[in-house]
Write a protein that binds this ligand. Sequence first.
Ligand code: ZN
Length: 647
Amino acid sequence: MALTATTAQGADKFNYVVDRFADIEILRYQVPGFEDLSLNQKTLIYYLTEAALQGRDILWDQNGKYNLEIRKMMEDVYTNYNGDKNDPQYLALERYLKQIWMGNGIHHHYSQDKFIPDFTPAWFVAQLGHKPSEELMGVIFDPNIMPKRVNQAEGADLILTSANNLYEGVTQKEVEDYYNALKNPNDSTPISYGLNAKVVKKDGKVVEEVYKVGGLYSDAIRRIVENLHKAIPFAENDKQRQVINELIRFYSTGDLKAFDDYSILWVEDLDSQVDFINGFIESYGDPLGMTGSWESIVNYKNQEASHRTEVISENAQWFEDRSPVDPRFRKPEVKGVSAKVINAAILAGDSYPATPIGINLPNANWIRAAHGSKSVTIENITQAYDEASHGNGFNEEFVIDQPTRDLMDKYLFITDNLHTDLHECLGHGSGQLLPGVDPDALKAHGSTLEETRADLFALYYLADPKLLELGLLDNPDAYKAEYYKYMLNGLMTQLMRIEPGKDIEEAHMRNRALIARWAYEKGQPNHVVEMVKNDGKTYIQINDYPALRQLFGDLLREIQRIKSEGDYEAGRDLVETYAVKVDPALHQEVLARYAKLNIAPYKGFVNPVYTPVLDADGKIIDINVDYSEDYINQHLRYSRDYSPLTR
Ligand code: ZN
């Protein structure tokens, strides 16, 4: 690996922070161990990263009908500008561009709210040299047009009020009727309806426009497939070759049965060191939770750290058998819970620039039940987060006392990683539905309650002496670091991500609020957790950690019941009571204290740049890694080189 200017002083001096704007900090991540991979593996990764980058425009278009057009116009104005670069209008354009790159569109990646530019319409039109349509000007500048990408407010037509581009000209009722007519309640291996399609009305009829070669997004998908073909000769084994071939078949046909076949092959490929996802995966971007947002992550196993998750997985049944849920809802046999720690080689689509730190796939319930799921923790990303956050003043401001801060300094990195491991390897894979229960019974609250379930499973077991016995922790008090952080975050500090007056919307944030507030309330008679005031500031004080663990267990029991029985009303009530509303006074306080620290509440990443090194015959002899590209140049390059859908 060739180290570049940013790492010239050695790994210790690696500069993690790339950019800072609005509420965002952009980091870079390293790819440790890449240089130790074989040439075949490196070449495989290279073509898979190319396949990943070619899908970028798909997500932009899924996120909003005008996104690609707006990006193109903004980038044109930005790159053609030759006036004063300190002009506030120009700086406002630069900030807006950075924001839409981060959001993969004109809405915030997390709050889903539309960005409103600080430059004037008149300046923009003058720079552009022509006036875009009224419609487009409204989409860019009018806060009332397409205000939210994904609307989850109970009671509204979630499709009509969401600005995303997954549906057009259809109501929520029409979409629900359409899919209900297709679904067979007795089908034990149902395809993931709607996963790869836009639903539209044609000649008065509701129809799907399928994402595939020859269908919607054909030009991008074709390039993804081209690179998948190039990757095949470098596959590590036959199984991996089959995985890639089946994914190509899915992209070529749009057949969701092929996607299930691919998913099964993928989840059963446990031997390859290089791995990847590439497709329409998570459905958080769809208020109905059906259509998958396009994403890709290419990665390779971090052998050392994977030992941790292997130990957890080997003991999956032990955890399942002792979980505090009703025995009827436990899995008699936990199958194929595989887990590993990986390093990301590239983040793309819905995993870029903001990225998850753990993933657990596939999402289809029946495949998970019959074939297990693959679970990963992305360690080079969590490491970048951790390194970048040291000394930012956060703990000094919000954590109640020095002993708690010391405990967090010492144990938060490992317990945070273990929490993610347990959440992904055990939490999502645990439990079972009663026969005949519709996996979608919890509807709009399904994602929140599923994340709640997985988090509770992880929290409950993080405090279990079993982890010491397994050698995963060396101090029986270590779990308190994560418990403290979790309660602090769920009760208070995650509010920094919410604008004044707004509700909590995002599924993971709702889940954290639900758990923390429920445990706080139920523990009040015994003062398990208190919110105390000191110098006018609110602090979380945990008086009884073992009792808090019991409360997590109690709530896990109830959430699993709700999921297993498909008890929509009970699930909705929990979410509405604990997970949505914000205490305005506390919110104000958190924002004010946080603002003084000047920490960005959200992080995004830039990718390394991979360049093949060729010999005289044009044969790849190595893959060079470069970390020096900054945020602006990366996006402008991606728009130039990987924009098959942009006209
Ligand atoms: Zn999860």
